[in-house]
Structure formats: structure tokens, C-alpha cells
Design a protein around this ligand. Structure first.
Ligand SMILES: Cc1ncc(COP(=O)(O)O)c(C=O)c1O
Length: 464
């Protein structure tokens, strides 16, 4: 089945009474209730059987088209895309759910680089990076990344996840400390928890809080390391910390700063150097870690450092570097070509297109009465709050062929659900103007329908 975007003006009273009935059924059956938090630590001796509760929760939601995960693309992740939900319903529409910020997945030069690499080196690296998995191209890629982030020594990883987890677990011992932003990505948080029990969480972007935590740790422990972990651009909030101040705090107390630039490298900064470049900090951050999965059209990740010894240590002790198969020659060639484009005048033009889209969409959504979080970047988070409302919005938007990621726990805290729209350089104003009123109307209808449905339910319960 294929669905077309609706004109919001065409939504009639009949449509809203149908929605009312649907919401009543959803509420009665518990399809909007609960969060993934309540199933995250199942109990009982049978490891497999105890997963049944989360599956029942899924089924309640999926029966009403409220399961937002595990959709699939029918083709490439372009601004107009064909997707299918887990139940098999297909739709073609405006795609704000893919992470291809500079639209390089559809760049002819990138496709050509992939084809050339396949022809010349085949599809397989056939080893981890330390056991003959490096290739001529991956070595060139290390140099290119070193140039982009201005840190001489680069270790590549098969995923961004592996780079984050591998770097933190390799560098820290259980006696060492981590101070990590409360909204840091799961790969960083799980790396920290796996490395040491001594993890302190700082309030989001709050450098004074970091200073207080790091200062207190240093005052009682001069013998162990402290790693401060943050992101160049937070992936659910589209905001950035003050990197110069954070690095200064680290210098003051003999701590080390790690910045994950997964979402900003290539897509922000005058020359694609991300938030670090935009803040004048290129070459000045202790550890820069990134993922190639957003702007660089491939899987993969890296850690960049000024120290050869740190790279050597990561090669030996970062599990996903040592013990996981290296980037394939095709992936390395794709990423290398993307880095070359990012650093060219064409890259600057694509970043300008992306920023124009970001500013335009934020303006259009704000005009719809929606609250866009953070600052302009490829990510436009729209705060909803209630999971019930955002789930219903996600369903309505899918039905109207506007694809957004509806995000809730574990991506964001419970009660801070949001729509995360991700832009590409190749989106155009016409698409944004078409989508914004559909999104605004969906949010308004969902809020009204849930509020009215809950009032009716309470009324019924009061009467019974
Ligand atoms: C901030 C951040 N770091 C790391 C990762 C992991 O990267 P990858 O998906 O390339 O493994 C992601 C991906 O979602 C991310 O958003």
C-alpha cells in the first residue's frame, strides 16, 4: 500500500472523530502506555522466556500502528524515499529519518570510488586492523582524517560505536574516573560503565558542574586518571558544549577530554571540521572520536590523537580495533572520497545548503507553534514530552508520508520524547514547506485526541 501526504486543510471533523475512536481503543488496550524502561531489566531464571513481556508490549503498540522501530528503506536514503514499516505497510514520502547530512550517499564521485575499490581490492578487508585488515586506502583515510581534525595519529574502527566503546574501555582502568554529560550517546555511556564503576554524570553542557566534579575527584585522588566525555553536537538535542572551557578544566586538573564528533564532523564548521573547528579548537582537543555513519556515507569510526603512544595503546587494547574485522576496502574508499568532498568548495556549498534547510525548517516548524530544540544543524529536534502524544504523531505522520524518527527512552529520558528530524543538503524548500504544516497539524491533533481520550477514559472509570 502506498500513502500520499494529506493536505492538512482537508482534515475534516469526520477524520477527527475516527481518530477519537482509534485513540479510545488505543487507551483502552494500553497501546500507548509504558516505556521501554520498564522492560530493560527482566527478572527470572530463563533468559529467553523472560523477554516475552517486552514482546507483548510491542504487540499492543504494533496492533495500532504505533511501533516506530525497525522500518526499512526500499531504496536509497534520499529526501524522497520509499519505506516500509515492520508490519509491511509501505509508503513513499518526505524523508527526515535518514542520516546522510551532505547527501553524499547519492554523490556520483562516491559511487565511483566504491565501484573502483570493489574492482581493485574486492569487498573484504579479511582481517582486523592489526592483522592485515589495513589497506592502502585505509592508510590514506587515516591521513585524511588526521588532516580534517588536525590530530596526527588516527585509529580506525569498524563502527562509530566501536570507536567510542573501544577508546574508553582501552584507556581507562577500574580505578580511573569518568565525568560524562548526562545526554552522551549510549556508546560512550556504556563504554564508561564497562571501564570503571567511578562514573560521575554532569548536567547537560554545564561546564561549571564538570569543573566541580573533576575538582572534587582530583582533590581526593591524585593517583588516577579522569576522562571527561562530551559530544561536539548532541544527537538528540542539537546543541554543543563550550569546548575551550571544557578543555581548560581538563588542563587545570590533569584530566583528559574526549569529544565525540559523530554528528558535526563534515556537516558543520567552515571547512567541515565540525563544532571543534567552529569553536576555534582544531588541534587542541585531547581525543577526537567520530563516526562515519552520518556525513561520510558508510559504517566506521575513528579516534584521533596527537600522540603516537595513545594510538599504539588503542591498537593493542581497544577490543573493536584489535578483535573486529577492519573497514572493508569499499567502505574506506567511500569515506575517503567523502572526506575529500567535505574539504572541497563543493563540501562548503553542501554545508551551506544544509544550513539553509535547517534554518528554514526550524522557522517553518516554529511558525506551526512547535518547539525546536538546540541550534541549527542537520538535526532538528522537536520537543513533545509525552510518549503517548509523540507515538501518535509518529503514526499520523507515517500515514501522511512524512517520515521522522519519533524518539523516546532509551534514546532520551522518559517524559522527554521528541521528534527528531534529520536534514540533508538535498532537501529543498518545497519539501520543507509541504512537510511543516503536516507536522504541525499532526502534533495538534495528537495532543487534542490524547487529552480528550484520557478525559473520556477518566469519566468512564469515574462512572463505573
Ligand atoms: C554521538 C554518537 N556516537 C557514536 C555513534 C555510533 O556510531 P555508529 O552508528 O557509526 O556505530 C552514534 C550513532 O548513532 C552517535 O550518535
Amino acid at each position: 500500500m502506498s500513502l500520499q501526504p494529506l493536505d492538512p486543510a482537508s482534515l475534516s471533523d469526520t477524520a477527527d472523530s475516527a481518530l477519537e475512536r482509534e485513540v479510545d481503543a488505543m487507551l483502552a488496550e494500553g497501546a500507548l502506555a509504558g516505556t521501554a524502561a520498564q522492560f530493560s531489566q527482566p527478572r527470572g531464571p530463563d533468559l529467553l522466556a523472560r523477554t516475552a513481556a517486552v514482546e507483548r508490549w510491542h504487540d499492543q503498540r504494533a496492533n495500532h500502528g504505533l511501533w516506530q522501530y525497525a522500518r526499512s528503506l526500499e531504496g536509497a536514503p534520499y529526501p524522497i524515499a520509499s519505506i516500509r514499516d515492520e508490519a509491511g505497510t509501505g509508503a513513499r514520502g518526505i524523508n527526515f529519518a535518514s542520516q546522510d547530512y551532505l547527501s553524499l550517499a547519492s554523490h556520483p564521485g562516491v559511487a565511483e570510488a566504491a565501484a573502483r575499490a570493489l574492482r581493485d581490492a574486492g569487498p573484504h578487508s579479511a582481517g582486523s586492523a592489526v592483522l592485515l585488515g589495513n589497506t592502502k586506502t585505509s592508510l590514506l583515510l587515516e591521513q585524511a582524517i588526521a588532516g580534517l581534525v588536525q590530530a596526527e595519529h588516527v585509529a580506525l574502527f569498524p563502527t562509530g560505536w566501536g570507536a567510542a566503546f573501544g577508546a574508553i574501555t582501552a584507556l581507562l582502568q577500574p580505578q580511573d574516573h569518568v565525568v560524562i554529560d548526562q545526554f552522551a550517546h549510549a556508546s560512550l555511556r556504556q563504554g564508561a560503565s564497562a571501564a570503571t564503576p567511578k562514573v560521575a554524570v554532569n548536567r547537560h553542557l554545564d561546564v561549571d558542574h564538570v569543573r566541580q566534579l573533576v575538582g572534587a575527584i582530583r582533590a581526593r585522588d591524585t593517583g588516577h586518571g579522569i576522562l571527561v566525555v562530551t559530544e561536539g553536537l548532541f544527537s538528540m538535542d542539537s546543541d554543543s558544549p563550550d569546548l575551550a572551557r571544557l578543555q581548560a578544566v581538563c588542563h587545570e586538573f590533569g584530566a583528559t577530554l574526549l569529544v565525540d564528533v559523530a554528528h558535526d564532523l563534515g556537516a558543520l564548521g567552515p571547512n567541515g571540521g565540525g563544532a571543534i573547528e567552529a569553536q576555534g579548537m582544531l588541534g587542541k582537543i585531547d581525543l577526537v572520536m567520530g563516526a562515519f555513519s552520518k556525513t561520510f556515507s558508510s559504517n566506521g569510526g575513528f579516534v584521533a590523537t596527537a600522540s603516537r603512544a595513545v594510538k599504539r595503546h588503542l591498537q593493542l587494547y581497544a577490543g573493536p580495533h584489535m578483535f573486529s574485522n577492519a573497514l572493508s576496502p569499499v567502505q574506506a574508499a567511500v569515506i575517503l572520497e567523502c572526506v575529500n568532498i567535505v574539504r572541497s568548495s563543493e563540501g562548503a556549498a553542501l554545508r551551506a545548503d544544509l544550513l539553509r534547510n535547517a534554518e528554514g525548517l526550524r522557522r517553518l516548524l516554529t511558525d506551526e507553534g512547535l518547539a525546536c530544540m538546540g541550534t541549527p544543524s542537520a538535526i532538528v529536534p522537536v520537543l513533545i514530552g509525552s510518549e503517548k502524544v509523540s507515538r501518535l504523531v509518529g503514526k499520523l505522520l507515517f500515514e501522511q508520508s512524512v517520515f521522522v524518527n519519533q524518539v523516546e527512552f532509551p534514546g532520551v529520558p522518559v517524559g522527554a520524547s521528541r521528534l527528531r528530524l534529520q536534514l540533508m543538503a538535498n532537501h529543498n524548500m518545497q519539501q520543507l514547506k509541504r512537510a511543516a504544516p503536516v507536522i504541525g497539524t499532526a502534533v495538534a491533533r495528537a495532543r487534542a485526541a490524547i487529552a480528550a481520550g484520557e478525559a473520556r477514559l477518566q469519566g468512564k472509570q469515574g462512572n463505573s
